[in-house]
Design a protein around this ligand. Structure first.
Ligand code: FE2
Ligand code: FE2
Length: 266
């Protein structure tokens, strides 16, 4: 049985965002919003990749974890798609259109990767993304940034998503190890995937800032410095997400979200 819990939650996004805030706060908000914009394209791509990988897995526990991973990612991107509808309305019609053009390009990239790239390449992408995200999520958990309203435009979706990213951190790594298993391949193509992903979050970020007529850079706070240090550890040949130290309150957060999902279902 998998230790990864699927929580069918939906978060309401009714409030408009106030982007008329000082530079540092805006930088945090736009950074989260840029991340959200990628999710309805990235996460379905991860699910498609797992769909190809799962029948090839010999380890039944890992296959079950991979199914739960995909169901968690499906819940994530559906919520982010709703959040993104709200995000687009915070910008001018021309700004929303420009965001839409970047979204279409990103979607086309991921569909092409699923169609044309070998499974090992797509698995290295998945693991590269998951390792980087887990490093960021852990840094945020250590600093308890889930309470910072500027890092959480849209509210609880961020705490829920990042806690579940930590919860399923071993899956993409485990699937890559079983089906590919090459450290060098993970390093080279994982880094390639991180570059691809970050180039899009950068484009979303700049597009939003430009539409607002604001000159802000990507956030550089102690949380980002910590995330970068944790990220560098993922590049080591000895990296194993199962061995990462997880702050205690992450399991408390997950338990609270599990309760909510159970209540909603009953
Ligand atoms: Fe996710
Ligand atoms: Fe994930």
């Amino acid at each position: 049985m998998s230790d990864i819990t699927v929580r069918d939650l939906r978060f309401p996004f009714e409030e408009d965002f106030d982007l008329n805030v000082p530079d540092e706060a805006l930088s945090l908000m736009l950074s989260s919003m840029a991340l959200s914009m990628t999710m309805p394209y990235l996460e379905p791509y991860l699910i498609r990749t797992m769909g190809v990988a799962i029948p090839k897995l010999k380890n039944p526990k890992l296959a079950e974890d991979a199914r739960h991973f995909s169901r968690q990612e499906a819940n994530h991107y559906r919520n982010h798609a709703n959040l993104n509808r709200r995000i687009r309305t915070s910008f001018s019609p021309a700004g929303a259109e420009a965001l839409g053009r970047i979204e279409s390009e990103l979607d086309a990239d991921y569909r092409r990767f699923s169609r044309e790239k070998p499974l090992r390449w797509n698995l290295a992408y998945a693991e590269g993304f998951e390792a980087m995200t887990c490093a960021g999520a852990l840094a945020m958990a250590e600093f308890e940034t889930f309470k910072d309203p500027y890092r959480n435009p849209g509210g609880e979706i961020w705490g829920w998503h990042l806690a579940e990213e930590i919860e399923h951190r071993t899956v993409a790594f485990g699937v890559f190890q079983e089906l590919v298993g090459s450290y060098l391949y993970r390093l080279v193509f994982g880094s390639r995937s991180q570059y691809h992903f970050l180039s899009y979050t950068g484009r979303f970020f700049r597009c939003m800032a430009e539409d607002l007529g604001r000159e802000v850079g990507m956030p550089r706070t102690p949380v980002e410095s910590r995330a970068i240090r944790l990220f560098f550890r993922t590049l080591s040949p000895g990296y194993d997400p199962a061995k990462l130290e997880i702050p205690e309150h992450v399991s408390e957060m997950l338990a609270a979200f599990s309760e909510r999902a159970k209540k909603k279902a009953s």
